[in-house]
Write a protein that binds this ligand. Structure first.
Ligand code: SAH
Ligand code: F3S
Length: 473
C-alpha cells in the first residue's frame, strides 16, 4: 500500500522537486518504485510551459483514473506547475484525482498522502479531493537537502528496516541544487511567473551548506538551479567589488572540497555581466558549458517578448565567453512563431543561431498560454510556419552537433563516471561540455574523473575507452 511512483514532466527544476518529494516520502516509510504499473500511489509532477506538456499529463491522468475502478485504494495526485496553473478546475476534467498540490506546497505531500491513507484505512469516506495551491512565504526554503534525507529514511526504517536503500537510492554523483524559486521577468509568452510565483532566493549559507553536505556524501557535480540565476540574491545581498551575489555564490561553492564540477541553469542575457564572464577565467571547476536562452534573434521580437537585450548584446556575451574559454559549449532556448514573427525576423534568428554555433538547443513552437500578454496579441502564426521554422533550426543544430562531436574523436576528454548505462553492461558519464559518453569501466570508478579516449561519436553520444595508468578499467 505504500509504493509510490513519481512521473516527472518538464524541466530540471521539476526533476529536482520530484527528487525532494521522493526523499521526503522515503523518510516517512513510503517506497519509491520504478514501475508505474506496480504502485499504489501515482504522482504526476507536471509542466505548464506549453499546452502540449499539459495535455500529455491530463491524458495520462485520465488513463490512470480508469485504474481506480479495479484498485479502489489507488491514489492519484497532480503536483507542480499545472496544478498551480489550473487548480481545482482540473477536477472538472479529472474528478478521480485525489490530490492537487501546487509549486509552493511540495513539502506537504507526505502529510496529505498520510491523511488520505489513514482515512481510507479507517473506512472514513473522503468527501472530496485535496487541493492546495496556496502561496507560502519562505517556500523556497521548504524543499532542501533532498539527498540528506537518506539518513531520515534509514531512521524511519529502523536499524534493520526494510527500506531498500541501495536499490532505491543509487549513489548520487551529480545533484541539482535549488538556489531560487519563481521569476519576475514577465516575458510576454511565459506562464512561469504565474506557476512558480515571485522570485525568491534561498540564503547563500543554506545553499553552501547543502553543497558541502552533498560533497561529503560523494556528490562531485552540482547544478545550481533557478529560473533566472543571474538575479540570484539581488534583494538580499550587495555587489562587492563589482561581484554580483550570484558570482559570490559560485565562488563559495567553488571553494568546497570534493565538488569537482559546477554547472548552473538558467542565466538571463540581461544579467550576464563581466564578473560572470571572468568567473570562467578563474574558476576551473566551472564547466565550460553555458545554457543562454536567446528566444529570438530579432530585436523587434525581443522587445515584443519583453526580453530586455538586443541580438548584438547577446552575441557580445557569446564572444566574450569564447574569448575566455575557446572551447566553450553553448546551448539555448528559442521560440519560433511568436505572434507577428515575419520571415525576415525568423531569418534574424536563424542567422544568430548559426553564428552562435550551438552545441545543443531547445527549440519551441510558440504555444498560447492563457493569461500571458502574448496570448492576446494579434497575428498568431500558423502551425505550418512554426513547424518549418522549427525544422530549419533543428537541421542546423544536428549539423553543429555532428561537427563538434567529430572534432572530439581521437581526443582525450575528462569524464565524470556516473554509473551503469541503460543496458547495465557499460558505464556512462559526461564530459565537461556535457556530452554523454558510454564506455567500459569498473564500478569502483563511479564518482571519479577519468580520462576517456573518444573512439567514435553519434549525434548525441560519444563512445570511448578509458586511458588509465595503473588502474584497472
Ligand atoms: N527562465 C527559465 C525559462 C523557463 S521556460 C529558464 O530559462 O530555465 C523554458 C523555456 O520554454 C523558455 O526559455 C522558452 O524558450 C520556452 N517557453 C516558455 N513559454 C513558452 C511558450 N508559451 N511557448 C513556447 N515556448 C515557451
Ligand atoms: Fe519565463 Fe522569462 Fe522568467 S522565460 S521564467 S518569465 S525569464
Amino acid at each position: 500500500m505504500n509504493r509510490v511512483h513519481i512521473k516527472t514532466y518538464g524541466c530540471q527544476m521539476n526533476e529536482r522537486d520530484s527528487e525532494a518529494v521522493a526523499a521526503m516520502l522515503r523518510a516517512r516509510g513510503y517506497r519509491i518504485v520504478a514501475s508505474e504499473d506496480d504502485c499504489d500511489v501515482l504522482l504526476l509532477n507536471t509542466c505548464s510551459v506549453r499546452d502540449a506538456a499539459e495535455q500529455k499529463a491530463i491524458g495520462k491522468a485520465a488513463n490512470i483514473a480508469h485504474r481506480k475502478r479495479k484498485q479502489p485504494d489507488f491514489v492519484l495526485g497532480i503536483l507542480g506547475c499545472m496544478a498551480q496553473n489550473r487548480g481545482a478546475e482540473l477536477l472538472d476534467k479529472l474528478p478521480d484525482v485525489d490530490l492537487i498540490v501546487g509549486t509552493q506546497k511540495f513539502h506537504q505531500v507526505p502529510d496529505y498522502l498520510d491523511n488520505i491513507r489513514a482515512a481510507r484505512a479507517a473506512g472514513v469516506p473522503i468527501a472530496s479531493s485535496i487541493v492546495d495551491i496556496a502561496e507560502e512565504v519562505g517556500s523556497q526554503n521548504t524543499i532542501r537537502d533532498h539527498v540528506l534525507t537518506q539518513d531520515a529514511a534509514a531512521a524511519a526504517a529502523g536499524a534493520d528496516g526494510d527500506v531498500a536503500m541501495d536499490a532505491d537510492v543509487p549513489p548520487q554523483i551529480s545533484a541539482f541544487v535549488s538556489i531560487q524559486q519563481g521569476c519576475n521577468m514577465d516575458c510576454a509568452f511565459c506562464i512561469v511567473p504565474k506557476t512558480r510565483g515571485d522570485e525568491r532566493s534561498r540564503p547563500m549559507n543554506d545553499i553552501v551548506a547543502e553543497c558541502r553536505a552533498l560533497a561529503d556524501r560523494g556528490v562531485r557535480e552540482v547544478t545550481l538551479l533557478g529560473q533566472i540565476v543571474t538575479s540570484y540574491g539581488r534583494r538580499d545581498y550587495v555587489h562587492t567589488e563589482g561581484i554580483s551575489p550570484f558570482v559570490q555564490l559560485l565562488d563559495r561553492v567553488h571553494a568546497i572540497e570534493g565538488i569537482e564540477r559546477i554547472r548552473f541553469t538558467s542565466p538571463h542575457p540581461r544579467g550576464f555581466k563581466q564578473d560572470l564572464v571572468e568567473a570562467y577565467g578563474r574558476m576551473p571547476k566551472l564547466c565550460g558549458y553555458v545554457h543562454l536562452p536567446m528566444q529570438s534573434g530579432s530585436n523587434r521580437i525581443l522587445r515584443a517578448m519583453n526580453r530586455p537585450y538586443t541580438r548584438e548584446r547577446y552575441f557580445e556575451i557569446v564572444e566574450a565567453l569564447r574569448a575566455v574559454r575557446p572551447d566553450m559549449y553553448f546551448s539555448t532556448d528559442i521560440i519560433v512563431g511568436f505572434p507577428g514573427e515575419t520571415d525576415e525576423e525568423f531569418e534574424q534568428t536563424r542567422d544568430l543561431f548559426e553564428r552562435a554555433n550551438y552545441d545543443m538547443a531547445y527549440v519551441f513552437k510558440y504555444s498560447i498560454r492563457s493569461g500571458t500578454p502574448a496570448a492576446v496579441m494579434g497575428d498568431q502564426i500558423s502551425d505550418d510556419v512554426k513547424e518549418a521554422r522549427n525544422a530549419t533550426l533543428l537541421g542546423l543544430l544536428q549539423k553543429n552537433s555532428v561537427r563538434r562531436n567529430a572534432t572530439l574523436v581521437g581526443k582525450v576528454e575528462e569524464v565524470l563516471v556516473e554509473g551503469p548505462d541503460k543496458t547495465g553492461k557499460k558505464f556512462t558519464g559526461r564530459t565537461r561540455g556535457n556530452r554523454v559518453c558510454i564506455f567500459d569501466a569498473n564500478p569502483r570508478l563511479i564518482g571519479q574523473l577519468v580520462p576517456l579516449l573518444i573512439e567514435r561519436a553519434s549525434v548525441s553520444t560519444l563512445y570511448g575507452e578509458l586511458v588509465l595508468c595503473g588502474v584497472e578499467a
